[in-house]
Ligand binder design. Structure first.
Ligand SMILES: Cc1ncc(COP(=O)(O)O)c(C=O)c1O
Length: 396
């Protein structure tokens, strides 16, 4: 049987990373993959994480399995970080998951179990794994428009028109809480209020992807959209990732939080989520969840984390500003100041697939085909080279 299996296509983004690694040019620049990089182009281990790991190592007594839904402290602290005073925590069913992807997968399997074939609305564009995960679980992904014709700003009217016309009770809708991937375009708080009101009116259940909490404007600011949703919806799912905001990519830490109408419903949902996890990966990995719990439980470590997170956020903002200025200095006719309105690591640059190919082939600048750039991949060292190359691509 295995003899007849055809090869699956490579992941488009990871494929580019492989090509980048093989590229021998010394001035090559990688703006593809979704990880934070510091001024030196490294993805650092945060100090708060190092300190937590030392404490954990000193106090570790077992490598035993965690419970199916993870560490109790992690669940409590993750619920508090994400939802704070927005809802009573006894209405929340929480599970520690392997990354944000794990949270989305568990959420999708859980939803598909009680509503097989149900529709889930995703923005066009969205993170490609959304549709892949939802489809694999047995849900039917549907598309709602997100960007305007300029591909730089939100077309709220088009988005809401589709939801109004086609959304119906029993549908799910996937929303990016902040730092929309791949566009960097987020709704304003007022726009979130409209989205929340209409989706609630249509009886749709939000599945909120919260992969970049703290990377946009701050921990409180980044959940303003979520606050609007929670105010209008008595039930929704939140899939959080601690990969970016704690720099714990390979440790695989995430959380699924199901906000339910009552404590009883939350307890029932928690039992069903555990059933999904048990037949999937049985229980989450121990180390990453323990680090997050250790940091969030300790006032000084938490304060250090918030400072380090602010530093990462500040560097991304500053690279956006410097890139816009550098593009101006090259004499490029395109005004890139729209990048300043976008949030998080990603932005749609407006580069066409042909320009993206040209940049890779001629200049060793790697950008994904949609023109999405990882702003965190820009450093003071590569900034001028990058701006000159993009300016040339746009002129040619
Ligand atoms: C929008 C979005 N959701 C979810 C994830 C998954 O996060 P994790 O790496 O924690 O699985 C990512 C990661 O790139 C993402 O960009």
């Amino acid at each position: 049987m295995l003899e007849s299996i055809a090869a699956a296509p490579p992941d488009p983004i990871l494929g580019l990373t492989e090509a980048f690694q093989k590229d021998a040019r010394s001035e090559k620049i990688n703006l593809t993959i979704g990880v934070y990089r510091d001024d030196t182009g490294q993805t650092p281990v945060l100090d708060c994480v190092k300190q937590a790991e030392q404490r954990l190592l000193a106090g570790e007594t077992t490598k035993g399995y965690l419970g199916i839904d993870g560490l109790a402290d992690f669940k409590r602290l993750a619920t508090n970080l994400t939802l704070s005073e927005l809802v009573s925590h006894d209405r929340v069913a929480a599970a520690q998951t392997p990354g944000g992807t794990g949270a989305l997968k568990v959420a999708a399997d859980f939803l598909a179990k009680s509503a097989r074939g149900a529709r889930i609305w995703c923005s066009t564009p969205t993170w490609p794994n959304h549709t892949a995960i939802f489809e694999a679980a047995g849900l039917q992904p549907q598309a709602y428009p997100y960007l305007g014709a300029d591909r730089r700003s939100l077309d709220l009217t088009a988005m809401l028109d589709t939801v109004e016309r086609e959304g119906r009770a029993g549908d799910f809708i996937c929303l990016h809480a902040c730092c929309h991937n791949p566009t960097g375009v987020d709704p304003t708080t007022e726009q979130w209020a409209e989205i929340a009101e209409l989706t609630a009116q249509r009886g749709m259940l939000p599945v909120v992807d919260f992969a970049y909490h703290g990377f946009g404007d701050g921990l409180v600011e980044d959940r303003l959209g979520l606050a609007e949703l929670v105010a209008q919806h008595e039930e929704l799912l939140i899939c959080s990732s601690y990969s970016k905001n704690f720099g714990l990519y390979g440790e695989r830490v995430g959380a699924l939080l199901a906000v339910c109408p009552s404590a009883q419903a939350a307890s029932n949902v928690a039992s069903c989520v555990k059933q999904v996890v048990r037949s999937n990966y049985s229980s989450p990995p121990r180390h990453g969840g323990a680090i997050v719990a250790c940091v969030l439980a300790d006032e000084s470590l938490k304060a250090l984390w918030e400072r380090e997170l602010a530093q990462m956020r500040g560097r991304i903002h500053s690279m956006r500003r410097r890139f816009v200025e550098s593009m101006k200095e090259t004499g490029c006719e395109t005004d890139f100041s729209f990048l300043l309105d976008q949030r998080g690591m990603f932005s749609f640059s407006g580069l066409s697939p042909m320009q993206v190919d040209w940049l890779r082939n001629e200049k060793g600048v790697y950008i994904v085909g949609s023109g999405r750039i990882n702003v965190a991949g820009i450093t003071l060292e590569n900034l001028d080279t990058l701006a000159a190359a993009i300016s040339e691509a746009l002129a040619s």
